[in-house]
Design a protein around this ligand. Sequence first.
Ligand SMILES: [Zn+2]
Length: 246
Amino acid sequence: MGWLTDWRRKRVLERHRIDEALWHRSTGALSFLPRNDKLKALVLLFLAEKEFVGAHDLEVTEEMRIAIAAQACLPILELGLDWYEGWHGVLVYAGDFRVRRAETDESGVVHEWDDELAGEAMPGGPVVISWDAAAHDPAMNVVIHEFAHKLDMVNGAADGMPPLHAGMDRRAWHRVFSDAYEGFCDAVERGRETWMDPYAAEHESEFFAVVSEAFFTKASEVRRRYPDVYDQLRLFYRQDPLQHQD
Ligand SMILES: [Zn+2]
């Protein structure tokens, strides 16, 4: 990032702070968040650089903005806000929202259907979040999920492999994630009860997003079930959530 961005960010941090009571009201229920000033500083920058918009006149309150920003900033706590550059908007719906999908099959027939979504990450565009899902669905963390997709999209279409850091091994990542993904899909196909949202079996990119949610919110489960995946995520996110959980 250039000097101008550095200067702006320094000024934001010098001039603003988040009231402790407001921070607590907004994030008190999010027990997986690390309690440190670094996260709060990143949230201030996120709030300064991203624009929250409520869909259908939804009022996005300070508490909602901070709760979403805090979870969005967790994956980039050690990576930095530049990983979210190139787009600005966070669109918040009160509840799940419908999007129209269309696909043309091999014989040229166009199929259209509606998808009911709790969140969506548009390539080069906004992140869309259902506040109801973000605040009340214990089975998923839609905010971490969608922002993990954003990181996956930094190097092109979401494929389950974000840009890896120097010293990381693409083949190791691919092998480790493919093994885990295939095993998970197999369990879902057999109708077995899965510990992670079965939606992870939809695509490699969904597996990365769902296992990223688990990495930050149920770290010990991920390390126990997928120790190699845990190691790769630890290298990519440059943090070990087990150090501040449990
Ligand atoms: Zn997804």
